[in-house]
Each structure stands twice: as C-alpha cells, then as structure tokens.
Design a binder for this molecule. Structure first.
Ligand code: NDP
Length: 317
C-alpha cells in the first residue's frame, strides 16, 4: 500500500486529493498547522474525515518537517499548504513568502537529508506568469509575477527545479490555473459571487460588491485538477506541467452566468467598488494544457459555464 502525505489537507485541493488517493488504495496522512484545533470541515463534507491520519506540521520549521516525514515515511508528498490568496498576499507579504518558499525549501531539504526515494508534488501557480497578454501560457513562457503570492510561487518553482537537477530528487511542479469548487473558502471571488447570488435568489436585498470585472481567467473544476497532481507523480521522470482548461472568460461573464443560473439579471445586483481593485492586477490569464494532454493524458472536462453550474447546484446557502 502506497503512503501519501498531503500538506495542507484541510484546504480545497487537499480534501479532493485525499479522496482521490483513498479511492486508489493509498494510506493517506494529512497535515495542518495545528491538527488539534483545525475543524477539517472539507474532509467531513467529503465523508473521509475518519479515513485519513492527521498530523500537526509547520512547514516553516525544519525540525517539524523532518519529524513528520520520519514518522509518516511517505512514498509521495503533495505540498498544498501555504498562504493561498493573491489578494491577501498584498497584506501578508512576508507570511506569504515564508509559508510558500521557505516551506517548499524545508520539504526539499528534508527529502535530501533523509536520502529516500520520496516523490514531491509542488503546488505551483499560474500567478507566476503574471499577465499572459491575451495568449495561453505554456511551460516555456517566462515568469513575470505581479503579486507577493506570484513571487513566492515563482521562488518555490525554481527551488523545485534546482533540487531536481542538483540532487536528482523526484520533484514536479504543477502550474495550475484557477480551479474552483464548493470547498473554496469564501474570501475567493468566485465563491463570494455564488454565495451572494444564492442569497439574493432566496430574497436578500444586498448588493454584490466587486472590483475589476474585466479581468479574464482560465477557470477549471478542482476535482479534475487533483487528478493531474496524482498523474505527475506516476510518470517515469519528474517534470513540470501547466494545468488549465485553455479557455479564458471575463469575471463579468462568470457573474452573468451565475446570476442567469438563478434566473436573475446580474446588472440589477452588482456594484463596482474601486476599493476592491488590487495594487497590481492581471488582466488576462490563460493556460495551454497541451503538454499535460499529451504526456499525462489529462484533459479538463469542465470550463467556466460548467464550473458555475456545478457550484450553483451544490453550494449551501
Ligand atoms: P486552500 O487555501 O484551500 O488550502 C491551503 C492550506 O494551506 C490551508 O488549508 C491551510 O491549512 C494551509 N495554510 C493556509 N495559510 C497558511 C500559512 N500562512 N502558512 C502555512 N499554511 C497555510 O488552498 P487550495 O486548496 O485552493 O490550493 C492548494 C495549493 O494550490 C495552494 O498552495 C495554492 O496556493 C495552490 N494553488 C491553488 C489554485 C486554486 O485555484 N485553488 C491555483 C494555483 C495554485 P491549515 O490551516 O490546516 O494549516
């Protein structure tokens, strides 16, 4: 039985990945910064809370990382932990950089120190590319991050590439574009839109306050994206892959789709709020999943309209 360690199991991707790996017969252990107080509500929601082992681990503390790796002795590590909000990274730049870049480095150092054939998946991000200038980015597109989060993810990406080359560690980065689900925390704009639209449909008279709705993003469905993470660690050689739908839509199109699904006209319920604009914003973000299609056999099945439809149908009010 293969053993997987999922760092950040309490989050959206951690919960879906745990479910997938359990279905594949893995023994799954997950970490949280404090496993005693974390509610692990996403695991409960997916009905797998009792099937995973849980450990406390601070990725920024090398001793903590080394202790957990020694205790769990995993075959595969999926690092999904760290400050994950682009917006919040402008308010928490140091926390963002440390949790992502130092966290990833500590995992790589621990694997190097233990001299074991542990495979590592690193949660890279499309935010590394910055604005893709109207064209889809692929694995050869240069990084031009436009947020502290993007800078941190770019740092972690190069740490992984360096340790793979220098020490022959099996480490792979998935450069994932936005992927959504009902398990997304409320601070993310997609979840805010769906939740507010559903409250309005149920009779609330509130308005939906949004920043720049002209931005274009490549939105996919999270349960499909965790499959790609798993596939990356099953290849003969470690490599980096862009994971995306290949289709970009504006935030306004996302909003219109969400309200239309509830028989509402979005224009009657949305207020543009300049205070929600970011210091530096990405106008267009779109990925080319051609390499993942070809080498992993991975293809996104759900683009934005389908993502909205699924979020509207299952999101709790
Ligand atoms: P979530 O925010 O849902 O989960 C991330 C987990 O990391 C949390 O559950 C939390 O676990 C832990 N965490 C949060 N803040 C910190 C911090 N400051 N220091 C250390 N740990 C922290 O993220 P997702 O599941 O959506 O994403 C998984 C990974 O993929 C993240 O690294 C994210 O940046 C990346 N990613 C996500 C994309 C998306 O569209 N969802 C796109 C591209 C990349 P706990 O509180 O239990 O410690």
């Amino acid at each position: 039985m293969k053993k997987a360690l999922i760092c950040g199991i309490s989050g959206q991707d951690g919960a879906y990945l745990a479910k997938l790996l359990l279905e594949k017969g893995y023994s799954v252990c997950g970490t949280s910064r404090d496993a005693q107080i974390s509610a692990f509500s996403n695991l409960t929601r997916l009905g797998i809370r009792d099937q995973v082992k849980l450990e406390s681990m601070a990725l920024t503390d090398f001793r903590s990382v080394l202790q957990v790796l020694t205790k769990v002795d995993p075959d595969e590590i999926y690092n999904l932990a760290g400050q994950s909000s682009v917006g919040l990274s402008f308010e928490l730049p140091v926390e963002t950089l440390e949790s992502i870049a130092t966290g990833t480095l500590n995992l790589l150092e621990a694997i190097r120190f233990l001299v074991k054939p542990i495979k590592l998946y690193n949660a890279g991000s499309s935010e590394c590319f910055g604005d893709t200038q109207g064209a889809p980015a692929d694995e050869n597109t240069p990084f031009r991050p436009r947020s502290p989060y993007g800078v941190a993810k770019a740092t972690a990406f190069w740490e992984v590439a360096n340790y793979r080359e220098a020490y022959s560690i099996f480490a792979a980065s998935g450069i994932l574009f936005n992927h959504e689900s009902p398990l997304r925390p409320q601070r993310f704009v997609t979840q805010k839109i769906i939740a507010t639209a559903k409250r309005i449909a149920a009779g609330s008279r509130e308005m939906l306050h949004l920043g720049n709705t002209a931005i274009r993003r490549d939105w996919g469905w999270a349960p499909e994206y965790v499959e790609a993470m798993y596939l990356m660690l099953q290849q003969a050689q470690p490599d980096d892959y862009v994971i995306a739908t290949g289709q970009a839509y504006s935030l306004q199109e996302f909003v219109a789709q969400a309200f239309a699904a509830l028989d509402l006209d979005w224009q009657a319920h949305v207020v543009i709020d300049q205070s929600l604009y970011r210091p530096t914003e990405i106008a267009h973000s779109q990925g080319s999943p051609a390499k993942a299609n070809r080498q992993l056999g991975w293809v996104a099945k759900s683009a934005m309209p389908e993502v909205v439809r699924q979020m509207v149908s299952v999101h709790p009010q």
